[in-house]
Design a protein around this ligand. Sequence first.
Ligand code: SF4
Length: 386
Amino acid sequence: MKVSFPRMGHSHLAFRWLMEEIGLECIVPPEPNNETLDLGVRYSPEFACIPFKVLMGSYLQVAEMGAEVIVTSGGCGPCRAGYYWVMHQKLLEEIGVKTKVIAFEDPMCGIWDFIRKLNLFRNAGGVSIRHFVRAFKTAWEKVKVIDDMEILSHEVRPYEVTKGSTSQALQKSLGLLDQAKDRKQVEEARQEGLQILKNVPQDINRNPLKVGIIGEIYVLLEPSINQYMQQMLGDMGVRAERSIYLSSYTRNNTFSQGEQDVRQAARPYLNEKCIGGHGVNSIGETVLYARHGYDGVIQLAPFSCIPEIVARSILPKVSRELDIPVLTFFLDEQTSKAGVETRLEAFIDLLDMRREKRGIKSASLITLPTGREKFDGAQKLVAADK
Ligand code: SF4
């Protein structure tokens, strides 16, 4: 059986390993590109949100590459994400594509359905339950290590002395993880990979701005949709932290009721358990970033995403009361790298000025589109390095 799945950041390394380990042929979806978007936009309803269109395009690409089955996640609650896989399947059928979409729903909403679907893949691969469970556990460890490495890379990048060295180190670390064949090797790759990242030469005298990135899960996890914003901020000398990673999201939402502290933080502004998507989280996480002394928050919202529109209408109040600037990006197929870069530069300037007013020496480093670099606090340090 030739199986594929939606691409989200580096998680395809773990998913591909799992598929192959249980005896299936894996079709790794290409990183979403212009062709993905063109296809997605052509075959999706006009007002579908950008994650729907990107997935539609991606499914058509993997179908073309020979995928017979696409594994995805379902969903419940007020957000239309729960219907995505049904609509994708219908659209594929209408176009005449025979690829099947199989969605895994939250096991707490139907454990037997979840097990039945797992068994379907186990039988297709022809492996024992024992082997399947072992492979599953190792793949889960890989997902966690991918996140650990990525988190550390975003912490290191604003301090790197040589531009691009953190990204190179991250690729090397992920390469080691990719070679790991069992949980022991995964742990070894984790330790070695994290060390490689820690060894990146850093200027620890910098005092980078701290920015939290919040919003809808897919546009947060797949960097090609948000124009590699987190990396871009790191390159500008800003320490950017993302509120969602795949491992923590899965852990918090599969067998428990989500992040209680985030919901509690959101309550004074939005006293609802769930408005769909990550609307409540976006409020709660902004409150928590403000409490933890972050300089600003960036909200990533797919165009026409109702949960994030609701959050967007409440965020100005949070921003005013907790004195934390919030910048919202509504992302769609028209979003360009240059547009994102320009708005980020203006936002960072604003945050730098706020720090200056408070007498805090900032250290952000903005790369202008021309390639010239405007240094703030770090200027002297970098000059001294030379
Ligand atoms: S949360 Fe927003 S973007 Fe995500 S599926 Fe729901 S409506 Fe679409």
